[in-house]
Design a protein around this ligand. Structure first.
Ligand SMILES: [Zn+2]
Length: 489
């Protein structure tokens, strides 16, 4: 026993001396190199070059990428917690454990002078960081590939909705949800400036801020009153939606045609027409490079809705009561904000956006009419996402626009319900009235609706739409309903 211990101690001492020498040697050879990880320069005594492999002290590495570090003395392993990922370097066996399985790496981590050293290239590969070398500066640079925050929207309309759009899919975690605050971390993300403060001062949300919590994590902190209810809805991995409401849960009402139209007394119909004709802006969706939904027989949403728009406009004009404006009359791309601005500029009495729906279930058919409001319906979200595609990225303007929107929400809802029930009377297949956050409806400063005329994803419907008879019937019905609405309200 004694003999064994003595031998072991000797061996340990020998190894210690060897390592000290090696470190000294590595330090010399690495001396001329500089290393930057993310935006942090790594001090030269924190990394070594060994057989052309660069190793970095685990603590420096963890600091630079914003990971938590742990050491398991029993299994002798270094553990990195990066976002939701877990990475273990077993020093004895040289094995690497990543997200619950062993993985093959080229080089092993080692310990010298009580510090663990991690092979940088392997480490970068595991997390998908990019390793770059600048030979003139002798600089090794590790790009963390963080997703930047591209858009921040504040929508307030009774309740408050905050939307974060990151550059690409990232993971999030609710750190803390208390009666007066909510803390959420977004992993692998980046904001510039490193802190963004927003005062909201709505009934349901006082304020919130975003902070670069560590080199790779953005933290959002929301502050609200005790009676606020909040919900988090991750949209598609890059978009995160936070809803804040007061009191009763704002559940989605099932608005169907069976429901009675809103009572007259609730309506604040106030047209400043003064004898002039009723101005309707007809907005055929999509156009140009944006074809919208495409049917199995090659029917394009942008072409069909343009046909519907022109026919609808002609029929309304034929009544002698309407002045019609179009946001586009040809196959051209018009961004959503310009469409709405046009309607605002001509001081329209009604804005009607025309679209065709599509759905994975090919047998679905029928009309849906939308008005602007917040929606928690996943189905509606998908449609809104599809229709809101806007290369100009002016989505953030919704925030300002929506404030002016309050007075028109009720009337838009009323028109939507009226039209759908009238159209149903004509024997056309209708589904329901829904609320959704369509940008084009948010920007307009007048009653506005969006009609998803039918489902182009349904081959039977597509053929019908490509055939003039159905478009004729459809526009007959919509124009009659619009005329009837203005006569009766
Ligand atoms: Zn569309």
């Amino acid at each position: 026993m004694q003999y064994f211990n003595k031998k072991r101690i000797q061996s340990l001492i020998r190894r210690g001396i060897l390592f000290t020498l090696l470190i000294f040697f590595f330090s010399l050879s690495a001396f001329s190199l500089s290393l930057r990880i993310g935006w942090q320069n790594i001090p030269k005594d924190k990394f070594v070059l060994k057989n052309n492999v660069l190793y970095v002290q685990s603590s420096a590495l963890a600091d630079a990428i914003g990971a938590d570090l742990d050491w398991d003395p029993i299994y002798k392993c270094v553990i990195f917690y990066y976002g939701k990922a877990e990475l273990k370097y077993f020093i004895r066996s040289g094995k690497v454990w990543f997200n619950n399985k062993f993985i093959q790496t080229a080089n092993k981590a080692f310990i010298a002078n009580g510090r663990s050293y991690i092979p940088l290239r392997d480490f970068a590969n595991i997390f998908g960081f990019k390793l770059k070398y600048n030979p003139t500066k002798k600089l090794i640079y590790v790009e963390l590939g963080l997703a930047t925050l591209e858009n921040l929207n504040i929508l307030s309309n009774g309740k408050t909705r905050i939307i974060f759009d990151f550059e690409r899919n990232i993971e999030y975690e609710i750190v803390e949800k208390k009666t007066q605050h909510l803390i959420v971390d977004f992993f692998g993300s980046f904001i510039d400036p490193p802190r963004i403060d927003k005062k909201v001062n709505s009934k349901s949300l006082k304020s919130f801020y975003l902070v670069q919590f560590n080199p790779s994590t953005v933290r959002a902190v929301f502050e609200f009153d005790v009676n606020t209810r909040c919900s988090v809805v991750p949209e598609n991995g890059s978009r995160f939606i936070f809803d804040f409401g007061t009191g009763e849960s704002t559940t989605l009402k099932q608005n169907t045609v069976a429901e009675k139209p809103i009572k007259e007394s609730e309506s604040k119909t106030e047209y400043k027409r003064k004898g002039r004709k009723i101005r309707v802006v007809i907005d055929p969706g999509h156009g140009g490079v944006d074809s919208g939904a495409v049917g199995i027989f090659g029917g394009l949403e942008k072409d069909i809705v343009l046909k519907i728009a022109k026919l609808l406009g002609n029929k309304l004009m034929a009544t002698g009561k309407f002045e019609i404006f179009y946001t586009r009359t040809g196959d051209e791309y018009v961004n959503l904000y310009d469409r709405a601005k046009f309607a605002n500029d001509v001081k329209a009495d009604l804005f009607v956006s025309l679209h065709l729906n599509s759905y994975k279930e090919k047998t679905v058919e029928g009309m849906e009419i939308y008005y602007f409001d917040f929606s928690e319906d996943g189905y509606v979200r998908r449609i809104v996402w599809k229709e809101n595609l806007d290369p100009e990225k002016d989505k953030d303007k919704i925030a300002i626009r929506v404030m002016k929107k309050d007075s028109y929400t009720k009337e838009s809802e009323k028109i939507a319900k009226y039209l759908l029930s009238e159209i149903a009377k004509d024997g056309l297949k209708v589904r329901s009235v829904k609320k959704g956050e369509f940008a084009v409806l948010a920007y307009t400063e007048m009653p506005s609706i969006l009609i998803e005329c039918d489902f182009i994803s349904n081959p039977v419907v597509e053929v019908r739409l490509l055939n003039g008879d159905y478009v004729n019937k459809l526009t007959d019905s919509i124009s009659k309903a619009i005329k009837s609405y203005f006569e009766n309200n």
